[in-house]
Design a binder for this molecule. Structure first.
Ligand code: PEP
Ligand code: MN
Length: 640
């Protein structure tokens, strides 16, 4: 049964409740959800639920109807997520595990590890104990193979995954691997499940070739009941009458599992098809169907592989597959889990504007002297180092992979409106949060070579937005050729590089300084009320996720929150959402709608709200909003 705890349960009541249930023989698991905290009590214990309902601190008691309990969505409404080393599994991420079927030698596993890492794999796989159909086939290198795998993991930073076939090996695996794989043949080896579950480490549980989805979830229940909370399920093909492929990959298991369970589900297209050329299409189909990840066999020389060569991808095939998955991920609102290039930065004081000493690299889009760089220098104290990037997406990617500690991107201009691409990117990179904002005045100057004069100018280069913002001034010089350029500061750099005295650029004072150029005319923008709002983005739990303990506390000192949600396509649904804020006098400072890709005429709403002094009204509002909106996400809680 599920015991929903009152929000204000006293510690003493909670203790009495758990003692009572344990005395009756229940196994208990506390689950903190977004909406409520529940105790899952499992066991075959005859009890009148009213006895529990009447205990202090109990809000209500719900029987669990499915045969699997801890694995069931009934117990946990949100998707389970957990870390495997630096990689987060579950939620809006796609985790790709890659490597050879078997560890073949120290050198080989290291070589494959480097290759799959370079292509973007998040974890390394390799069997050391191989359950083979024939006793005469290669059985794996055993403990030595595990040591080679671990060494390759350490050399590359990739967490490692390997199959355990016997409870006797539990101690060895605990030491040497990050994820214990239970193979298809052992899915119902219950003694193995109990021992592995009790280790408490992450497990990859593969579906048996003749197992139903319910069987798979019952096996997951064994793992959960014995101690681990980190279980990834894996569909790897089932036996059917079809013989062309090695098994029949049951992709419909993905949505079925998603409905029944909160556990992440991966897909193994390598064993599922047994044929190399069928692996990439099925891998992409699995991702499109909602899989939380893949496990893929990759070998440098599949012809010579000691096992499963025919289904192993060549390195360049794997590289292409990863690029395709990268392209597909944003369509699904997901990101591909990546190994950070260094430890994510934890903001010492997310409320303050001063990040911890040390690394202050800040990615921005554009060339040196761009308005983004000006904004970051204004936001961060002395010592921040701006790192230029070609595209906005590159800035997000650099923050995600830890190449820079922060990023800064424009989201809104007072004359030209929102920069939608950055709103979309905020959604596509759910591990990044807004941690601050900076509004700067945009002052445009006409800039030329030190030797240039206004009279000699024939051509003007700048970003189209800057050209349009200076339209009135430019009208005075009808003979000037107006040439759009990708970036304001980039235009200055271009003229400096080309040494063209008859050309000028429209950009900031900083850009003129950065390239040793001369300001020919100051402040040429049509409207002096030209401001751009930038947001500072960072990786990590600094701002927390909705409902996570401390999510709001993490933003203490914060006075603004940015949210995004969709509403049902029914009359008054947006009104219902806004009412939640209005009733608590929470001031909405911005509301913006964006079409949802792939869902014509459905909209996402981006909302900025001023945070009230007290935390509770906002916390309550978030909880209520969850009920009347879809896919509510906090983009950041920060100080403006
Ligand atoms: C494997 O992943 O190497 C393996 C043997 O898979 P399965 O248990 O799915 O056959
Ligand atoms: Mn294999």
């Amino acid at each position: 049964m599920i015991i929903v705890l009152s929000r204000d349960i006293r510690p003493a009541d909670k203790q009495a409740l758990t003692a009572f249930l344990e005395s009756k023989g229940f196994r208990l698991r506390e689950i903190q959800g977004e909406q409520e905290t529940v105790l899952a009590a499992v066991g075959i214990v005859p009890i009148d639920v009213r006895q529990v309902e009447l205990l202090p601190g109990v809000a209500r008691v719900i029987p669990i109807t499915s045969p699997f309990k801890l694995a069931s969505r009934e117990v946990r409404k949100e998707d389970t997520t957990f870390p495997v080393g630096p990689i987060k599994v579950g939620g809006p991420r796609i985790v790709v595990i890659a490597g050879p079927c078997a560890v073949e030698s120290r050198e080989h596993i290291l070589e494959v590890a480097r290759i799959v890492k370079d292509s973007g794999a998040a974890m390394l796989r390799g069997g050391a104990y191989k359950p083979r159909t024939s006793p005469y086939a290669f059985q794996g290198l055993g403990a030595e193979g595990l040591a080679f795998l671990k060494a390759a993991g350490e050399a590359t930073g990739l967490p490692v995954v390997s199959e355990i076939v016997s409870p006797e090996h539990a101690d060895l695996f605990r030491e040497l691997v990050d994820v214990l794989q239970i193979g298809a043949r052992n899915m119902q080896n219950f003694e193995l499940l109990k021992r592995v579950g009790a280790l408490g480490k992450p497990v990859l549980l593969k579906r048996g070739p003749a197992a139903t989805i319910q069987d798979l979830l019952m096996s997951a229940e064994y793992l959960l009941a014995h101690g681990t909370e980190a279980v990834m399920l894996c569909e790897r093909g089932i036996r059917t009458f079809e013989t062309y492929t090695r098994y029949t990959l049951d992709l419909s298991a993905i949505p079925v599992v998603k409905k029944l369970s909160h556990l992440p589900i991966l897909v193994d297209p390598s064993h599922g098809t047994g044929l190399r050329e069928k692996v990439p299409p099925m891998a992409l189909a699995a991702v499109a169907a909602g899989a939380d990840g893949l496990t893929v066999e990759v070998h440098t020389d599949p012809q010579a592989a000691l096992s499963d060569g025919p289904q192993s991808l060549y390195p360049d095939q794997f590289e292409k597959l990863m690029r395709d998955i990268q392209a597909l991920a944003p369509v699904l609102g997901k990101e591909v889990a990546r190994l950070p290039e260094r430890e994510p930065l934890v903001l010492a004081d997310p409320s303050g504007r001063v990040p911890p000493a040390g690394d202050l690299s800040v990615g921005f889009q554009g060339e040196r002297g761009a308005f983004s760089e000006k904004a970051l220098l204004a936001y961060f104290p002395e010592g921040a180092v701006g790192v230029p990037h070609a595209e906005f997406r590159d800035v997000f990617e650099a923050v995600l992979t830890g190449k820079v500690a922060f990023g800064i991107v424009p989201v809104e201009n007072t004359l030209t409106g929102s920069i939608h691409q950055n709103y979309d990117l905020l959604l596509q990179y759910p591990d990044l949060r807004i941690v601050g904002e900076k509004i700067i005045r945009i002052l445009h100057h006409l800039i030329g070579l030190p030797s240039s004069s206004l009279e000699g100018i024939r051509q003007v280069y700048s970003h189209p937005q800057a050209l349009s913002q200076c339209a009135l001034y430019l009208e005075r010089f009808p003979a000037w050729e107006k040439t759009p350029f990708y970036d304001t500061a980039g235009a200055v750099a271009f003229i400096a590089r080309e040494g063209r005295p008859e050309a000028a650029a429209i950009a900031s004072l900083e850009a003129a300084r950065a390239y040793g150029m001369k300001v020919l005319k100051e402040g040429i923008e049509t409207n002096s009320q030209n401001y751009t709002r930038f947001v500072i983005i960072a990786l990590g739990e600094a701002a927390g996720t909705l409902g996570a303990p401390g999510a709001i506390a993490a933003g203490r000192g914060a006075n603004k929150a940015s949210l995004v949600f969709a509403t049902a396509n029914t009359p008054g649904s947006l009104f219902q959402a806004l009412r939640v804020l209005a009733e608590r006098s929470i001031n909405m400072v911005k509301l913006e709608s964006r079409p949802i890709a792939g869902k014509p005429w459905e909209e996402l709403f981006y909302l900025d709200v001023a945070l009230p002094e007290a935390e509770e009204p906002f916390r309550q509002a978030l909880e209520e909003l969850k009920g009347v909106t879809e896919g509510l996400r906090i983009l950041g809680i920060y100080r403006s």
